[in-house]
Design a protein around this ligand. Sequence first.
Ligand SMILES: Cc1ncc(C[n+]2csc(CCOP(=O)(O)OP(=O)(O)O)c2C)c(N)n1
Ligand SMILES: CC(=O)[C@@H](O)[C@H](O)COP(=O)(O)O
Ligand SMILES: [Mg+2]
Length: 623
Amino acid sequence: MVLEKINQPNDIKSLTDEELKILASEIREFLIEKISVTGGHLASNLGVVELTMALHLALDLPKDKIIWDVGHQSYTHKLLTGRREGFDGLRKYGGMSGFPKRKESECDCFDTGHSSTSISAGLGYALAREITGEDYKVVSVIGDGALTGGMAFEALNNAARLKSNFIIILNDNNMSISENVGGLSSYLAGFRTADAYLDLKLNVLNSLNKMPYGEKMVSKIRKTKSGIKQLLIPGMFFEEMGIVYLGPVDGGNLHGIVKLLREASHIDGPVLIHVMTHKGAGYAPAERHPARFHGTEPFDIETGLPKNPRVKANYTDIFSTVMRKLGDRDEKVVAVTAAMTDGTGLKRFHNMFPERFFDVGIAEQHAVTFAAGLAAAGLKPIFAVYSSFLQRAYDQILHDVCIQNLPVVFAIDRAGLVGSDGETHQGIFDISYLSSIPNMTIMAPKNKWELSDMIKYAVNFGTPVAVRYPRGEAYDGLKEYRAPISIGKCEWIYRESGIALFALGSMVKTAVAVRDALKAEGYPCSIINARFAKPLDEDALRYITEHHKVIVTMEENVISGGFGEHVTEFYNNENCKDIRIVNIAIPDEYVEHGNVELLRKEVGLDADTIIARTIEAYQNVTE
Ligand SMILES: Cc1ncc(C[n+]2csc(CCOP(=O)(O)OP(=O)(O)O)c2C)c(N)n1
Ligand SMILES: CC(=O)[C@@H](O)[C@H](O)COP(=O)(O)O
Ligand SMILES: [Mg+2]
């Protein structure tokens, strides 16, 4: 096997042309086989096999720097840098990350996970190199989807100042997770669909160059602002920004890409190489369904079907259903996504109400302000977004939505531990960053029915409101508890005395298990479903102090600035010394990738840890 000859960086350089061809197909086979077992980001990786090989042939790692935007397409890079063995534990607890990690390899020079950061980071490296006088090449690899993010444009704008070499690879597969959207995407698609047109451009340029004074004419045309230039110069958009454009080159053409990389490395200043790749290349099911194989669960290689099909609905399914109903009932309801139509469950809404559905590209900041505009104009926007991706829109939430108290609904999916994507994607900060913003209301459902009720309640709430719910299977216990939602009011599940489990959202299910165990040991125990992280139910909190000795706050969020801290602050302000408070929350640290149940144990959100901490606190106050 040729792949077995690759054990460390730069081993690829000793392969013959014939071996390189074999290597490309062995890498694809390897990725399909491994990801079919572990799950992971398959389609994007299959598309960049030759591109990654070309980078490793043209560059010298770890001296040279490659920054992978999002980083979900870095699997071949991991293989070529001696991490083959890591694939058996890909995205598992203690195993290899699915993203580039500086702590994992010296060939990973910058951690990614969220989109559109690679050009900024690359520019940082390039300018640092000018200052320190070091000698390395810098290459940022950004997808056409990631290029729709505002940060990428901010960085391109800034890159024009650079005097030294900086290579940007545009990995253009004409896809984000699903279809890519927007004006830039159409511009790039033009390159793809008009091969004949491109040939025409090249022919015209070649013919002009051959004519007497032709070179001068071409140079003049390059300097004009006219449509003739548009016709003749590919990549004019980038050229006008001060970035030299090279390409487009076919993503399967290994030697073509190497040649362009070598040419590009002689250019002083920023240069963009446009590589046309194919999402899912080499595996028919992924080529047919690139979105499904963007990030996949374990699957059967023959059929491409999931090995463990889902039986129960997840929270995203419930959201999807309620959005369909709301769309039917109320023409003012509009839905916004930042390139996560499938992931957030908005596909049905999109199909049924295309004119009221907006995919804005990977642009969470814009999405929030855009939703604010929709709300200011009288519509009822619901921005469905993953908790971790909303992090970058903090100021837009504050400045554009909350100061004006506009009725934007934030449907925050993946709130809590998400598992295999790891520290960049854990949705464990939203309560903290949202609760610091005046005018914001935050809810979290205990089960699938409550998610439905909360979204319906939120859509007519009239001021900014967030509903946060976790990744995965929706809890279908406690069905009989369905009191109407009322602002800032909790829901009593069991009313006793002694211990009060004051649980938010996903933690109500855990509270049930904790109470069962406590009751079995003879402890009196109430469960209160908090429902609201903000505002808190102050009457209930006062009642709890009167009838309980210990209150245990439970949330799937970091401790700092979280629900529990707010409860503690309330009791401090009330000067309430009669109750012992135990805050169950995620410690002030990043949580790595792995199975969610294992992670819960790791961070102390599991029932056993909570039982032990509760008993200890109760015994302390009753002794
Ligand atoms: C800020 C942010 N929003 C959303 C995502 C989710 N996401 C991951 S990959 C991706 C699509 C990226 O498309 P592209 O850059 O073209 O890469 P491809 O998968 O096509 O190779 C999206 C939306 C993210 N990682 N970061
Ligand atoms: C790379 C990325 O950001 C997304 O592909 C993400 O992994 C999706 O996560 P879900 O699997 O939870 O939709
Ligand atoms: Mg793409």
